[in-house]
Design a protein around this ligand. Sequence first.
Ligand SMILES: C[S@@+](CC[C@H](N)C(=O)[O-])C[C@H]1O[C@@H](n2cnc3c(N)ncnc32)[C@H](O)[C@@H]1O
Length: 224
Amino acid sequence: MTLTLSRTVTAFLAWIVTAALSAQALAQPHAGHLPSFEDAEKWALLFDSPKRDARQKPAEVIRALALSPNAVVADIGAGTGYFSARLARAIPRGRVFGVDVEPNMVRYLSERARREGLANLTAVAGGPDDPRLPAAVDVAIMVDVFHHIGDRARYFRNLARYLKPGGRVAIIDHLRAPGDPPEAMFIAPNRVKEELKRAGYSVAAEHKFLPNQYFLLFKRPAAG
Ligand SMILES: C[S@@+](CC[C@H](N)C(=O)[O-])C[C@H]1O[C@@H](n2cnc3c(N)ncnc32)[C@H](O)[C@@H]1O
């Protein structure tokens, strides 16, 4: 009971911070009441807050991806690089593409990679329906991004073209609890599974260790 209440309060506070941070920015055309991510520096205060680690468990998430040392990974909707930077450090012999559709996020991530000496991290300007990756990847991860994508059927059809044989897609997104704010932020895990199945993907794993998010892993569609 106390736990549910505190979770609801946390979700509501996160929503208020999100709304406040985006108050001066324009709404994204595809998403109506979802925020703009134009002001990367402001978003960094939220996305890269050290307080996030306790619930986001980035080390456990990266471990669960079981990446080979020379893996190529796309962090789609990378934002300010919370996961991209950690992935780049976790696989120094591998490569990470941090993809975002917001030019200011791409600029921020590129500067972050340089500032933090992450030579294996490249910021990529993705399109709304296509990640426009410069090379094929072993794993694509999307954290709190699925619900921002407009035409997901098209996006995941396009993404499949960039996945190597045996490639996987990880989707981590908000779980909705009773009383949580706007619907648009929440897409139920079963709906994600249905949509991805329709796009030809199959479920490879479902992890339950994140307190506020689901974590689904999919195998890429069979070629052909
Ligand atoms: C809520 S933020 C999450 C950022 C990051 N994944 C994290 O966990 O800190 C969502 C990000 O997805 C980006 N985004 C939205 N639609 C996108 C799309 N179609 N392709 C790539 N990025 C997208 C936004 O610009 C924003 O930076």
